[in-house]
Design a protein around this ligand. Sequence first.
Ligand code: NAD
Length: 294
Amino acid sequence: MKILISDAFDPSLPGKLSRFGTVTDDHAQLADAQVVLIRSKTKCTREYIDQAPKLKLIIRGGVGLDNVDVEYARSKGIEVYNTAAASSVSVAELAFALMIAMPNHLVKAHNSMREGKWLKKELKRTELFKKTLGIIGCGRIGQEMAKRAAAFEMRILGYDQVEIKCPMIEQVADLDALLPQCDYLSLHLPLNPETKGLIDSDRIAQMKDGVYLINTGRGKTIIEEDIVAGLESGKIAGYATDVWYSDPPENTPLLSAPGVLMAPHIGASSKENLLRIGDIVLELVEEFVKSGKA
Ligand code: NAD
């Protein structure tokens, strides 16, 4: 059996998988691969799948399957899995780090020191304590975010299309009710037809003046130009994002906008999470082999 590791996984994974067959990271061997392991970079489109006639199993290390044409894969008898539960703590810790970095001006403080400046008077911080956090999308990651915010004694409101079963989150009926109340808004939504472009100029107009936004969900759930307009007018005090229209982003106005804090899609990339993802991948490959489908 040939296993193609197409994207970045923990370096220990190839060795651990070698008992199941030949492991390669050579994309030219796609046509021979029965198992393909991807993260977010590889796009398993119809064309990609057509280049892999022996493919029987796709495993996406991470949450979501928006980079896989799942319907087409399944129509070809290819099983598709992800490792959805593994990444929650890792992403929530990054979201929290982004949230706490903005009102503490950590990047500006650091950069100004490097430039030989002493901005002790200029850099006025604000606290998270007693502020209101709105969590949009209260699934696994949103709930991990809530736990961390509760430790900082924030008031936590949540919006989701389903009932939120997390005692720390006070569920509100809709975005109309949520947005005007929040000092911080953290987006933890998947990308789907309802969430695409959800945060636009109309939604921004409903927010408190000086709101901080954190997006570790998906880049396309916001309209970049509208966020930039909000930052330039001062309506939005800060936008921290780990997620983009494309990886890496091309021609995004966010790169030069004021009040932006950026990360290169590293939410799931903690050392611990890569090991957790690797363990789940091993279990899935083992099950696949044991089932006799290999
Ligand atoms: P999850 O499925 O547990 O939670 C998503 C929540 O969003 C669910 O509760 C769902 O009901 C809600 N939702 C979906 N569509 C909605 C809509 N239209 N309106 C309101 N609520 C809606 O997923 P999760 O594990 O918490 O992950 C959330 C997202 O985070 C993923 O879909 C992915 O896009 C993103 N993510 C990013 C990184 C990263 O590296 N930054 C890593 C992992 C996941």
